[in-house]
Design a protein around this ligand. Structure first.
Ligand code: PMP
Length: 453
């Protein structure tokens, strides 16, 4: 029968079927809750993408602490998904939980700065090297504000993103390159505006295309992750970012770096470790230890221009910001996370265990002569079902093997290990232990021994 990524598809299908039955049998309470929820939540879930885990019914969480998640059927999991990065620093990091408890008695949201606001600004500036900041509730909304500011300040209407990017549900970025043409990303619900006509899209790592598109002189900003983490994991080539930075400067385009995921690379994010200078910096998800919060930073020069812009713009709503943005709870959590959780020691632990995981995965791949490879950046590893590293999102997506991926995820879940759905991302938190890494590796080893002749 057909083999995909070096694995027989009939064997994969049989294993998947068996694991689905095993899951259902082991999760009677989750099945009961799913039935209850089906009566009132769309597709049985409060957020429709929760069904994208491809489980027979969702795992219902009883509690999560550190890198351990517990479901209502009393199963305990080593969590390498970590809320797809929202809990990158562990679930309920004690220092964040403490200030949340403290702030809980003193008000959550007042539409005013809090006692922690000035301190949070100092911490952000010191850590990420940009002097001025704003807060939002989500990374999506931080990206939205950055794109709006970039257009306002440059008086240009286009943005440039890389094919296969994801920067949240910001419509402006939900575009793709299709046979050389920019098109709206398929699959969107009820989207009628034509964002493709306000975007330029090139393949990641394609400097010649970037140069050609920026030369039109109409691109307000390039919005990019320093490493593409939303189409497998695509690394920049050695000279990519220095060349891209120079092109932005030459063509008057601002560079906005979205570190929402790549905060996993080091205490100052990935770009800072590379020595890449950015005009805007965006981070969300884990930046306040899992409490909803996002930030964007910018240079002093941009801050001056923004101040002037606000002073001179016609009165009326800016079209940016939401009511709960920069609320007191998020600000306290942000301060605690920056000060006490995202420490050099925490990152050292994350990197060390990530190295252990990557090394173990590479040994397994070699031992079984699989046409797979592992990409590792800081605390983040991705198992890819292609023999060689990819240079673009398209190459990465072409290497997808959905059935194999689902089988692997469910097999691991049935053995107490959670990895990120939609791809094979494994994230290490400061609370992750070597024993958990070894459990993940031995889970994959058993999976392979069942799968391969
Ligand atoms: N930026 C990047 C790089 C992301 O991966 C995501 C979400 N996966 C976002 C922004 C948006 O984050 P949120 O959904 O929390 O708004």
């Amino acid at each position: 029968s057909e083999s995909i990524a070096g694995v027989d598809q009939v064997v994969v299908a049989r294993l998947l079927e068996r694991e689905r039955a095993r899951f259902l049998q082991a999760h009677p309470s989750c099945v009961a809750e799913a039935r209850r929820s089906a009566a009132h939540w769309l597709n049985g879930v409060p957020m429709h993408w929760m069904t994208d885990w491809s489980l027979p019914v969702p795992v219902v969480v009883q509690s999560a602490q550190g890198a351990v998640l517990q479901d209502i059927d009393q199963h305990s999991y080593a969590d390498f998904c970590l809320g797809d990065t929202g809990a990158m620093f562990g679930h309920s990091p004690p220092a964040v939980a403490d200030v949340v408890r403290e702030q809980a008695a003193h008000g959550f949201t007042c539409m005013l700065p809090s006692h922690a606001t000035a301190r949070a600004g100092e911490l952000l500036a010191a850590r990420f090297g940009l002097p001025f900041w704003q807060m939002t509730q989500t990374a999506t909304d931080a990206n939205r504000a950055v794109v709006r500011w970039a257009r306002a300040l440059t008086d240009r209407n286009k943005i440039l993103v890389f094919d296969g990017c994801y920067h949240g549900t910001l419509e402006d970025t939900l575009v793709r390159l299709e046979s050389g043409r920019v098109v709206t990303r398929p699959g969107q619900v009820g989207q009628v505006a034509d964002f493709a006509s306000h975007a330029r899209v090139v393949e990641f790592n394609d400097i010649a295309a970037l140069e050609r598109e920026l030369a039109h002189g109409d691109v307000a900003c390039v919005l990019a992750e320093p490493v593409m983490t939303n189409a497998g994991m695509v690394l920049p080539t050695e000279s990519f970012w220095s060349a891209a930075r120079a092109l932005c400067d030459r063509h008057g385009t601002l560079l906005a770096i979205d570190e929402t995921h790549t905060l996993s690379s080091g205490p100052g994010g990935h770009a800072r470790a590379l020595g890449l200078r950015c005009d805007f910096f965006i981070a969300g998800k884990a930046i306040a230890g899992g409490v909803p919060c996002a930030v964007y930073g910018f240079t002093a020069e941009l801050s001056d221009r923004m101040t002037t812009f606000l002073a001179n713009k016609p009165s009326g709503h800016s079209g940016m910001g939401t009511t709960l943005a920069a609320n007191a709870l998020a600000t306290s959590a942000l301060t605690a996370c920056l000060e006490k959780v995202m420490t050099p020691a925490a990152y050292e632990h994350m990197n060390t265990l990530s190295g252990r995981l990557t090394g173990g995965l590479r040994q397994l791949i070699a031992k079984h002569r699989l046409p797979w490879h592992v990409v590792n950046v800081g605390a983040r590893s991705e198992l890819c079902f292609s023999a060689t590293p990819v240079r673009t999102a398209r190459e990465s997506l072409d290497a997808n093997a959905p059935a194999l991926e689902r089988a692997l995820h469910l097999f691991l879940l049935n053995r107490g290990v959670l990895i990120t759905p939609f791809h094979n991302m494994m994230l290490i938190s400061p609370a992750t232990t070597a024993a958990q890494v070894d459990a993940l590796l031995s889970g994959i080893e058993s999976f392979l021994s069942e799968l391969l002749p």
